[in-house]
Design a protein around this ligand. Structure first.
Ligand code: CTP
Ligand code: K
Ligand code: MG
Length: 181
């Protein structure tokens, strides 16, 4: 596979894990997952992790994966790249992993004394990737080796933080997000 193919497969395969965070920002609000509970005087997760945002994020990512499955032959032809389709387990695992990673990061942020919205460089950019990989590995081990090859994983780890920084800066500039990270 050439560099173009590797980058195309990496972006394609990760799209269902990229969208949930942004959908959660748009849909967020309502009851927090932790119900306001605290641990050692600090919120378990905080008001930034809501049921609505999480559900909307997973639904948006899964819906996108199904759309990508439907248009895969056409896009593969157009780009001249053999793009993968998502088995149903991965359709769910990628967005669910992304949201779980985001929630896990908030848990760690609260334990380390970071207020809601505080930045946590590195963690903010890669939490959702780590858990999207983990859940898709559990859901479909064959995907590692078939789609998430070492070069594809390497591209994801480099490109994701850049994409994350750019999309969050745009969301901030549009007034959709309170902080640019
Ligand atoms: N959001 C949500 N549910 C989620 C993730 C995000 O409702 N599972 C919404 C919230 O309105 C949140 C916004 O998206 O404030 C931005 O998400 P994020 O930056 O992840 O949350 P923060 O408010 O910065 O909180 P934290 O410090 O816990 O990350
Ligand atoms: K976050
Ligand atoms: Mg934030």
């Amino acid at each position: 596979m050439g560099v173009f193919d590797i980058v195309a497969v990496a972006l394609w395969a990760m799209l269902p894990a990229y969208v949930p965070n942004n959908a959660a920002v748009l849909a967020g609000g309502g009851r927090p997952i932790d119900g306001g509970r605290t641990w050692n005087g600090r919120r378990l997760l905080g008001d930034g992790k809501t049921w609505r945002g999480t559900a909307a994020g997973i639904a948006a990512g899964a819906a996108l994966a199904l759309v990508l499955n439907a248009v895969e032959p056409g896009v593969s032809d157009l780009l001249g790249v053999g793009l993968p389709t998502f088995p149903l387990s991965v359709v769910v695992a990628l967005p669910a992993g992304a949201m779980l990673g985001d929630v896990a990061a908030s848990f760690v942020k609260r334990r380390t004394g970071r207020q809601r919205g505080a930045s946590f460089p590195g963690v903010d950019q890669l939490d959702f990737v780590a858990f999207a990989f983990l859940l898709s590995f559990l859901a479909a081990p064959d995907w590692f080796g078939d789609v998430f090859t070492l070069p594809v994983l390497a591209v994801v780890l480099v490109v994701t933080p850049l994409l994350h920084l750019v999309t969050n800066a745009i969301a901030y500039a549009l007034g959709l997000k309170d902080e640019p990270w």
